[in-house]
Design a protein around this ligand. Structure first.
Ligand code: ZN
Length: 361
């Protein structure tokens, strides 16, 4: 399998390749078209779903790509790699559901967030219970995100973070920046004020395509955390729980327990897609992880701000626009063949490990 047969150069091509490969492999393919928005070239935006195995299955593997928009370049390739090279005959009572580009606007427009600047992986809170607070974020917001993308602005943002860390510590800084905030719609890791279209679409997909599931294995492909080209697991099953032990059995103790993203204490992430999936399947068991592939380590902080600057302040007429957009894409899915090959190899193995674990569950 060649890496260029799995990765695509655009959302539209990724989608076409995913659907075509899934059909060739005998999947039932379903499409949820975005009702109002299109891609930068006017192309349709949609979440595509490929299903294998009976809809009545009580055990299933759910694999999601593109939660963070442009991270879908890797997630899509990982799904296509499994379609091309993974197990083709499933055990009885097992279903596989691949959800392609759950945040198609972000994927197509090369952004990590949705059409409303929402971090979809902070959007699965219970909105009826009120919005989580993050007062530390408000202290930094103005200094982090200026209207210019200049050396001076980059230095000012760094100073804001250094000042915060000097007072509260590095773990608190990471938690404040990453846990999600619900007060600044033009800010970082914004969780929104209601369920996004992608959120509601995922709920519909799970009810439609996994109506009988009792045991659900889960993989959500991401990039940006971990060593370059290496997988990094964020398992959200409860610490010390039997489900966490099961994930460790599938993927390895050292990958599941005690993982410190960027070497720091794990932020108290709010509104994770994993939590959404858990609520949508009721009392069925969900075992799985966000699987990241490392790219530029801590430098990704700057790229999250660049994503917002390109969205809110830049125009294609800006002299740095194309260069910065290419840099953003490369930071989330490096063009480097070594990185792309390595990630695909790991992704195929990780998917197979989950599937084999599921078949014995
Ligand atoms: Zn991500």
């Amino acid at each position: 399998m060649e890496f260029y047969d799995c990765y695509a150069q655009s959302y539209a091509l990724a989608r076409q390749r995913f659907c075509q490969t899934a059909r060739e492999k005998g999947a039932d393919v379903f499409t949820h078209v975005h009702p109002s928005l299109s891609g930068p070239q006017g192309e349709e935006l949609a979440v595509d779903v490929a299903c294998f195995g009976p809809v009545t299955a009580t055990r299933a593997l759910l694999v999601i790509s593109g939660t963070h928009g442009l991270e879908g370049f890797l997630g899509s390739a990982a799904q296509i790699a499994w379609l091309k090279g993974g197990t083709s005959v499933l055990a009885e009572d097992v279903r596989v559901v691949l959800v392609h580009a759950i945040n198609p606007w972000g994927f197509a427009h090369l952004s990590r967030t949705t059409e409303n600047n929402v971090d979809l992986n902070r959007n699965f809170i219970d909105f009826s219970a009120g919005l989580p607070e993050n007062p530390g974020y408000a202290l930094m917001h103005e200094r982090l995100l200026g209207p210019e993308w200049t050396q001076a602005q980059i230095a000012a943002a760094q100073k804001a973070m250094d000042d915060f860390a000097a007072t509260h510590g590095g773990d608190a800084l990471f938690d404040t920046l990453a846990r999600g905030q619900y007060s600044h719609a033009d800010g970082l890791n914004y969780g929104g004020t209601g369920p996004e279209w992608s959120h509601r679409t995922l709920e519909a997909i799970i009810h439609e395509h996994l109506p009988a599931v009792r045991k659900l294995a889960f993989i959500d492909w991401h990039t940006g955390v971990g060593e370059y080209g290496e997988p990094f697991f964020l398992c959200f099953n409860e610490e010390g729980s039997p489900l966490q032990a099961r994930a460790a059995q599938w993927w390895g103790e050292d990958r599941i327990r005690g993982q410190l993203p960027h070497g720091r204490a794990r932020p108290n992430y709010q509104g994770l897609l994993f939590h959404g999936v858990q609520s949508f399947v009721g009392d069925a068991a969900v075992c799985g992880a966000v699987v990241e592939f490392g790219t530029r380590g801590w430098h990704m902080r700057r790229m999250l701000r660049l994503d917002l600057w390109l969205k809110f302040h830049a125009t294609p007429a800006h002299p740095g626009y194309a260069m910065l957009q290419a840099d953003l894409l490369d930071s989330f899915c490096p063009f480097d063949q070594v990185w792309r090959d390595n990630c695909l190899r790991h992704a195929l193995e990780i998917t197979e490990q989950a599937l084999h674990g599921l078949q014995d569950w």
